[in-house]
Design a protein around this ligand. Structure first.
Ligand code: ADP
Ligand code: G6P
Length: 492
């Protein structure tokens, strides 16, 4: 039938995500400093400009007092391109919902890492109270959405923090247009089955009109979880429950590539590039940029680099690995352990292969600002993305966007969603196989210019033609169409 295209009108879009694009740091009673939040979700959604957007989320800070809450809400509303509306969560909810259920249970399970090894029993014990807090937090998000909702708005819920939200929203207003998108992998139904809350989570996601994933595989896993665990019927369109169809589809995310390409022309970025080139003159530079998260395979990456040095002593003073790892979710014990583990490995390898004048690994526990990041992407010879699992991985896209002149090599984990789009241009590796990654490092460092050019060109074409803007426009347009089709069906 005829397809409707809603992309031309400036539609109101309520984005609901746990994390706002800025996180707040308190300065005095009613004054706040806003810092950019880090992560793929924020990067993707900040690239979306076509809609009249309100962004509802948590500002990453506990604000118990009303004066502070009002001041923060005002600062968020005034300061940004996309208007932000805060959801206030108290410390206990954050502890149980964000640190606990989201980041200690759902995150590692969805990335096939399993429950934290040392406190598996404690996790099992606290499961119910954490899930209760999760539902409570989702209700708080729903309250704020309800307060700001206007008829005709599209409400787009994001990520594993808010799987309970579609149901909360539809219970309050069945006419609301609700979409839900997952930024992580959705695991095999065999993994999802382990969750004591498996039924409730699936059912509440299915309350949405449209459910989206980065890849076809994740969508397929979700559908088979619904058929095997809920006994529902999967159709080519989605999942059907008592005559109600929930559309399920893949919408691979992208970046705002133009923003990166344009930034490379800026004098401040060029200055950073000059400094970096001087600093590492005579050496090849490999780059890692990640949140310091267990899914990123940072220890595995560093061990592979060690193996490469071990096997290629002639490269020792001629190559350096820059690993920029911004700390994340630092109240979760697993993340604390990872930090000390990485520091220990880096120290050992630098002790072993370093000289008085140079060390092989520069590891920074910090985030870089946008200009520094672009400069680094542009001047480095190889990027190493070794995620053990990753929904998409936008760092790989950003690297490609900044490499038009240098044509550097991307080494990419086959377990990142991006492997499906950048696979032909990147060197794909199994990050668990340190020997394979080490030899890929050698291959990348020695790759002839014409092969680099060909590989880069392939990826560059993809990155500039699959943008964040296009991703959001397609999702929202599909959501509108889904609702019109559902209305037509009920009229028949
Ligand atoms: P994730 O969402 O798991 O963090 P992605 O690779 O999809 O993984 O997205 C990460 C985003 O965060 C990218 O936009 C990247 O530029 C940014 N980022 C990650 N690490 C850093 C860092 N150390 N400094 C600055 N930005 C970072
Ligand atoms: C991933 C998740 C996002 C999250 C980001 C940063 O990209 O999919 O939902 O915002 O990591 O993590 P944080 O816990 O700091 O929000």
């Amino acid at each position: 039938g005829e397809r409707l295209d809603f992309r031309t009108s400036k539609q109101r879009l309520l984005v609901v995500a746990n994390r706002l694009p800025v996180s707040a740091v308190r300065h005095g009673e009613d004054s706040w400093q806003l810092e950019m939040s880090v992560g793929g979700l924020v990067t993707a959604l900040l690239g979306v400009k076509e809609f009249d957007t309100r962004w509802i989320g948590w500002a990453g800070v506990n604000v118990p007092d009303e004066i502070g809450q009002k001041a923060l809400a005002k600062a968020l509303d005034e300061k940004l391109m996309q208007r932000c509306i805060p959801v206030f969560l108290d410390e206990e909810v954050v502890h149980q919902y964000y640190n606990g259920y989201c980041n200690n249970i759902l995150w590692p399970l969805f990335h096939y890492i399993g429950l934290p090894q040392e406190d598996r029993l404690a996790t099992t014990r606290s499961f119910q109270s954490q899930f209760d807090a999760y539902k409570k937090a989702n209700q708080l998000f729903a309250d704020v959405v309800n307060e700001h909702y206007e008829e005709g708005d599209v409400v787009w819920c994001h990520d594993y923090h808010l799987m309970f939200l579609p149901k909360c929203l539809k219970e309050r207003n069945s006419k609301m247009k609700v979409g839900w998108f997952l930024h992580t992998p959705f695991p095999s139904s065999e993994i999802h089955r382990m969750l004591p809350s498996r039924l409730e989570l699936l059912r509440s996601v299915l309350a949405a009109d449209l459910v989206g994933f980065h890849t076809y595989d994740y969508a397929r896993h979700f559908v088979s979880a619904c058929t095997r665990i809920l006994g529902l019927e999967g159709t080519p369109e989605g999942v059907e429950d008592q005559g109600k169809l929930t559309r399920i589809a893949a919408f691979p995310v992208g970046i705002d590539s133009e923003r990166f390409i344009k930034a490379l022309e800026l004098p401040e970025v060029q200055d950073h590039m000059k400094v970096l080139k001087q600093r590492f003159a005579g050496r090849k530079v490999m780059l890692g940029v990640d949140r310091l998260d267990m899914i990123k395979g940072i220890p595995q990456k560093i061990l592979a680099f060690e193996k490469f040095l071990e096997e290629n002593p002639n490269w020792c003073n001629k190559v350096v690995l820059l690993q920029i790892a911004v700390p994340t979710r630092t109240d979760v014990p697993e993340y604390q352990k990872l930090t000390s583990q990485v520091h220990e490995i880096v120290g050992r390898i630098n002790g072993r292969f370093g000289s008085l004048t140079a060390v092989p690994i520069h590891h920074l526990d910090r985030s870089l600002d946008f200009h520094e990041l672009c400069a680094l992407y542009a001047v480095t010879d190889v990027a190493l993305v070794t995620s053990l699992r990753d929904g998409m991985n936008l760092v790989s896209y950003e690297y490609v966007a900044c490499q038009e002149s240098k044509k550097g090599v991307l080494i990419l984990s086959e377990f990142a969603g991006a492997a499906q789009s950048l696979g032909a241009g990147a060197i794909l590796v199994n990050p668990w196989n340190v020997t394979e990654v080490a030899s890929s490092i050698g291959y990348a460092l020695n790759m002839p210019a014409d092969e680099r050019e060909k590989r880069h060109h392939h990826n560059f074409k993809h990155v500039i033609s699959h943008t964040a803007q296009e991703w959001a426009a397609t999702f929202v347009s599909e959501l509108n169409v889904t609702i019109v089709e559902a209305q037509l069906r009920t009229r028949q």
